[in-house]
Design a protein. Structure first.
Lengths: 565, 165
């Protein structure tokens, strides 16, 4: 079948079963948009800024585990998309980004809306391609989906010059792809798995530390089998929330800079640490020198060899798909005659329960000013813990992570690695498109929400009934908190004067706005908002300006050196 | 410690910049980098001379392997290997004494004089990087007009072969 490049793009996306393409048209992609106009295999979602297109596609991937797809034009379309691409890249999200490029003869001529897309995005993608011949287009798109969704998932960008979308060639979509330079591993080494099982069973003070890799490989059930089968305590990273049910007694909370006292102490003082799909990053273990303990043995399961022994030396390294490796470990544990040391485990739990007794997440429940934690608690209650929650970045993100108890994977959508303010609203859009009947709430702050506020218009166009929970403390809260703790209360540029009237702002976009100023109004307002099933409701909660996120491990410190409330 | 990493990668445009970009993005040292196609025109062979602690070298090899275009890789310094660099040095050679001295030094280091004028010699040397460092130390520094070095290329000894398979 003879097709032009634009037709090929559309055919390939259909072959891949793409449901949504998030994008924004422009000169270099007009041929592709013309083909999109003529088809109905997938829906195109028109955003208001390319950054939001990438974030929405990213969120679609995060909540479905299917690759997100977005389409932007050359030059500024690409540079606007860069933040979104880097955000997804840092969290290993499978995505295919299609970008328009100036015609091949104009490349390098400083043409209108030209930029070196492949060069600009090289450090923030898993791989990228410039397609200079239409004959390579279908195979390149096939490779893009293959690379994005296998191994450690990631973003793959395909840059297509405008003339390539016009040129015609014989179209065949490859069924499979073989690349001699790219062969992701699946199963872990069985010798290492045996060593891991032996170590797991020898533990006196075990700890399971599970991260985003468990979510991305769909291994939550296998993780639960391991944790329940052994009776060991489990913590999740920010990216791993929902990997193990938060309401389960064996869950000790999130760990890290704002992790619970019990999670951080158990992590620091355990004798066998089972790290699953997590990468010991600086926000999780703090300073590796302080974390190091020669008496602690570490098992590390990860799909990416470069994650292993990068920040922390490990004793047993299993490179492989987390779901596959956990399956093998569970089978061997079940078959093993040896069982976990019940007596040691009892003592360990007694110690953990003592740490739990610190009640590290307590806050003033009698305050006449709205406490942000109380808002998230109410959100959990009103949504029966069953909503998809997106967040922006900052204090509200940490409170959402601490106080919304995620019992299922794929429900917590946030920017963990890059920490991108502004993701919350477009993330919520992406989730709502993927799950049109689900309850989707975005926990945000008045600073973050303004970074992609224009997307309220997209929400109006597609009637997305999102619930925006804005914890408005009139500060960039996390910046203010660091300035209070570490910069002598010098609140340099962390206060935002001249905030908009968010109620009127929401209304001007055709949505419902609510202002909530008193703690006694939280419940009523939230219930009313969630009753409005078909409307986007922007809830502007005026919260305590001085509230801080506790516990806190200061930068450069060890996990047990927490500042507690 | 100094390591010589040799790799085969897809001979695609931009492949070199993926490697160079990785080194700068992750703050790895790079002493030299050479690249050229092989007998198979779809493959490029690259030799990277780098230095760092064992942990850093471990990360460098893992991160290089992670690049989609990298087909195979070996740290040559882990086993017996041969390292060669080509160096061209243009030196001042004026008057019988200086000309004689330069000729003698080139002979000692098994260099060849490949270009001659009334007052210059251009000397070609092939060998390990350390030999070239020694040559530059040995001759009169004031006489050096220009130095061009290719950076090291390396290959394993005997049956130590890096293939795409």
């Amino acid at each position: 079948m003879q097709l032009n490049g634009a037709e090929i793009v559309v055919h390939c996306l259909r072959e891949e079963g793409v449901e949504f393409v998030f994008g924004y048209p422009g000169g270099a992609v007009l041929n592709i948009y013309d083909e999109i106009f003529k088809q109905d295999a997938f829906r195109h979602i028109l955003v208001r800024h390319e950054q939001a297109a990438v974030h929405a596609a990213d969120a679609y991937a995060r909540c479905t585990l299917k690759p997100g797809v977005c389409l932007v034009t050359s030059g500024p379309g690409v540079t606007n998309a860069v933040t979104g691409i880097a955000t997804a890249h840092m969290d290993s999200i499978p995505m295919v980004v299609i970008t328009g490029q100036v015609p091949t003869h104009a490349i390098g001529q400083d043409a209108f809306q030209e930029c070196d897309t492949v060069g600009i995005t090289r450090p923030i993608v898993k791989h990228n391609f410039l397609v200079s011949d239409v004959k390579d287009l279908a195979e390149t798109i096939k490779k893009a989906f293959y690379i994005a969704t296998t191994g450690r998932p990631g973003v793959v960008l395909v840059d297509i010059p405008k003339d390539v979308t016009q040129h015609v060639c014989e179209y065949v979509y490859p069924k499979t792809i073989e690349m001699r330079s790219y062969k992701p591993v699946e199963a872990g080494d069985s010798g290492e798995i045996d060593r891991a099982v032996e170590l797991i069973l020898s533990a006196k003070r075990p700890m399971v530390y599970a991260g985003g890799g468990v979510i991305l490989s769909g291994a939550a059930e296998k993780l639960a089998e391991l944790v329940r089968g052994t009776g060991y305590p489990c913590t999740n990273t920010l990216m791993g929330l929902g990997a193990y049910p938060a309401t389960d007694p064996q869950f000790v909370g999130m760990l890290g800079m704002h992790g619970t006292y019990e999670a951080n102490m158990s992590m620091q003082l355990c004798d066998v640490l089972i790290a699953v799909g997590a990468r010991f990053d600086d926000r999780v273990i703090g300073n590796p020198k302080h974390f190091f303990d020669p008496n602690r043995k570490i098992i590390h399961i990860d799909i990416d060899p470069s994650s292993i022994s990068k920040r922390v030396k490990v004793d047993v390294a299993i490179v492989g798909n987390v779901a596959s490796v956990l399956g093998a470990i569970n089978a061997k544990l079940k078959a093993s005659k040896a069982k976990p040391d019940a007596e040691a485990l009892k003592n360990w739990w007694a110690q953990i329960d003592q740490w739990r007794g610190r009640d590290c997440l307590k806050f003033d429940r009698t305050s006449p000013i709205i406490k942000p934690q109380a808002v998230v608690e109410k959100l959990y209650e009103v949504t029966n813990g069953d909503a998809y929650i997106t967040s922006d970045v900052g204090q509200h993100q940490m409170w959402a992570a601490q106080f919304y108890k995620f019992d299922k994977p794929l429900r917590w959508i946030n920017s963990g690695g890059l920490g991108t303010m502004g993701v919350g609203l477009p993330y919520a859009m992406g989730v709502q498109f993927a799950h049109p009947d689900a309850t989707v709430a975005c926990v945000t702050g008045e600073a973050s929400i303004q970074m992609c506020i224009q997307e309220l218009s997209t929400c109006r166009q597609y009637h997305l009934p999102l619930k925006i929970v804005s914890l408005n403390n009139r500060y960039m809260g996390m910046v203010r908190q660091w300035q209070e703790f570490f910069y002598g209360n010098r609140y340099s540029e962390s206060y935002m004067d001249a905030l908009p009237d968010f109620v009127k702002l929401a209304e001007s976009f055709g949505h419902v706005g609510m202002l909530i100023e008193k703690p006694e109004d939280i419940d009523g307002a939230m219930r009313e908002a969630f009753k409005l099933k078909d409307r986007l409701v922007f809830m502007d909660f005026r919260t305590d300006q001085t509230e801080n996120v506790y516990p806190m491990v200061p930068g450069g410190k060890g996990l047990s050196e927490m500042i507690l409330v | 410690m100094r390591h010589i990493i040799s790799l085969l990668m897809e001979n695609e445009s931009g492949a070199l910049s993926r490697v160079a970009g990785l080194f700068s993005a992750r703050n790895y040292n790079i002493e030299s980098l050479t690249v050229a196609p092989t007998e198979d025109p779809t493959l490029s062979r690259m030799t990277i001379v780098t230095s760092g602690s064992e942990d850093v070298i471990d990360q460098i090899t893992k991160q290089l392997n992670k690049l989609i275009d990298v087909v195979s890789l070996v740290d040559l310094t882990e086993g017996p290997h041969i390292e060669r660099e080509l160096m061209l040095v243009k030196v001042r050679a004026k008057g019988a004494d200086q000309r004689e001295e330069m000729k003698r030094m080139a002979d000692i280091f098994r260099g060849r004089i490949i270009d001659v004028t009334d007052d210059t010699y251009t000397i070609e040397l092939t060998g390990p990087v350390t030999k070239h460092d020694a040559f530059l130390e040995a001759i009169d520094k004031a006489a050096i007009l220009e130095t061009v070095r290719t950076g090291a290329s390396g290959i394993g000894r005997g049956h130590r072969i890096l293939t795409a398979g």
